[in-house]
Design a protein around this ligand. Structure first.
Ligand code: ADP
Length: 480
């Protein structure tokens, strides 16, 4: 099949979270299976500076209609591996920036225009390059206009650009909600500017377009596919999702074992496998050292890696400050995002510098070291479409402590509840819930055989993308 992916993040060219990993692994797995895969990404500064893009070909110039004006752009193309081509939709004014969505404090003012331009650039390239896609698969709100724009361009120009369109919701909390006026910049027929289209309470909601108009809709875990049809997790779009109730499927993300594998991980100071965990001890010592603690500490290490946003439950960790300050343990946090979380975690670390450490930045190597060197990975999300870190933890022999929401339910089993099959610990997504589970972690840590058995079960689980990729292949095939 010829499969085109469209996303605002793609590891290793731009990443703020799981979207980048998921699109990269899925595209790679499909390419490995012999499909011809193209991925479209905005031409961010980091992507253009990446070594893979050094010889990128300037394939074509774009002239994109945006409302009543035309904006120019350019497409650069490179092929990082067999069967995989990356198309960068470039326009310096929009994408030559350090971050993809905002400056840390708030979102860029021109995000609507940036991503409308991106989507239009993709569709125009499909036409100019005559890519003849079987499937065009768009991800999240930044790419959500693509299914509509494909059909609109086909109608206007009498061509076929894609046999089928697929849209994946990686996180329904981010919807691309903008003032109504930006609808004009899409140049879509006025019919779409209604409650049956992009209109959402007097605003324009880009995600809604993807959900309503793609041929198939997916999300990243079976549990989340159910949850987003309810008011509690639907973020106001539950009614819209319900209209697709019969053709929305939840396909669990996987782990890219080329990147996240303790046996081969070049970002770690030492590698290890289930058969020989000595390297995990070396990672532990290095992690303690990097965090500024004595390397010979023997008690439990709790690791956290996340975007600093409300979703990730940082407030729940802060609310359990006394536990971490009282017990003989270490808490090592890597996070970046909202300043208030950075400030609060920093204050907690300042109150107990011998026990709590914060690294407030994006740091790929440190994220691997925390997964490898910790005993528990703490992820008390308030909601979680799929979540990757709790899967990485299991692969790395680190027991996840997660809340009972979304993809976390689909990927972790509580060891106290299911002693024969458990791979981690689970709690309610509240401060009290986390407060209840943390002492259970101490007891589990003290019981070495029980800890080792849960660790072993996690490490032998198959989280590989083979399973997920096969699910998408089936979906594409069925839709065709
Ligand atoms: P989300 O996509 O909601 O951020 P996931 O668990 O699905 O959550 O994926 C998060 C990904 O982002 C993981 O690969 C994780 O290691 C990475 N990540 C998050 N924060 C950081 C950080 N500060 N530094 C490096 N990697 C990070």
């Amino acid at each position: 099949m010829k499969i085109v992916h469209v996303a605002s993040e793609l590891f290793p060219y731009m990443k703020t979270g799981g979207l980048a990993d998921a699109v990269s692994s899925l595209a790679g797995a499909l390419a490995d299976n012999g499909h011809e895969v193209a991925v479209f990404l905005p031409g961010y500064r980091t992507a253009l500076e990446h070594k893979d893009a050094a010889g990128a070909e300037r394939r074509m110039r774009l002239r994109i209609e945006m409302g009543d004006q035309y904006l120019s752009g350019e497409v650069r193309v490179f092929a990082p591996r067999r069967n995989l081509t990356v198309y960068l939709i470039c326009r310096e004014e929009f994408f030559d920036r350090r971050n993809p969505y905002g400056n840390g404090e708030r979102d860029y003012e021109d995000n609507a225009d940036r991503f409308i331009f991106f989507c239009k650039g993709v569709v125009e390239t499909l036409r100019l390059a005559d890519l003849q896609a079987d499937v065009v698969h768009a991800h999240d709100w930044q790419a959500a206009l693509v299914p509509l724009l494909v059909r609109d361009a086909e109608r206007k120009q009498g061509v076929t650009l894609a046999v089928k369109t697929v849209f994946t919701i990686h996180n329904i909390a981010y919807q691309g909600l903008f003032p109504r006026g930006i609808f004009a910049h899409t140049n879509l027929p006025e019919d779409f500017n209604s409650i049956d289209g992009l209109e959402y309470y007097e605003q324009t909601n880009l995600l809604k377009g993807g959900i309503l108009f793609a041929d198939r809709v997916t999300t990243v875990s079976p549990r989340y596919a159910q949850e987003i049809q309810t008011p509690e997790f639907g973020n106001g779009l539950e009614g819209v999702v319900q209209t697709r109730e019969h053709d929305i499927v939840g396909l669990l993300n996987g782990v890219d074992m080329a990147v996240w594998n303790p046996g081969t991980d070049a970002l770690l100071p030492a590698r290890y496998t289930l058969a020989n965990l000595a390297g995990k001890q070396a990672c532990r010592a290095e992690l303690l050292k990097r965090a500024g603690f004595a390397a010979n500490f023997r008690g439990p290490i709790f690791g956290v890696v996340c975007r600093f946003v409300e979703q990730k439950g940082v407030d729940l960790i802060l609310a359990n400050r006394d536990f971490f300050l009282r017990e003989d343990c270490r808490l090592i946090v890597l996070g970046s995002g909202e300043k208030r979380y950075e400030d609060d975690v920093r204050a907690m670390a300042a109150a107990a510098p011998a026990k709590v450490a914060l690294s407030a930045k994006l740091d790929e190597a440190m994220s691997h070291l925390i997964e490898a060197g910790s005993d528990f990975f703490v992820m008390p999300s308030l909601f979680e479409p799929c979540g990757l870190n709790q899967m990485y933890s299991q692969v790395y022999g680190t027991l996840p402590i997660v809340s009972r929401v979304g993809g976390l339910i689909d990927t972790v089993t509580d060891v106290d509840e299911f002693p024969e099959t458990g791979t981690g610990l689970m709690c309610a997504p509240t401060a009290a819930g986390l407060g209840e589970v943390l002492p259970r972690a101490l007891r589990l840590f003290a019981d070495k055989p029980r800890y080792a058995a849960a660790q072993r079960r996690g490490m032998i689980r198959d989280f590989s993308w083979k399973i997920a990729a096969a699910g998408y292949e089936r979906l594409y095939q069925e839709s065709l």
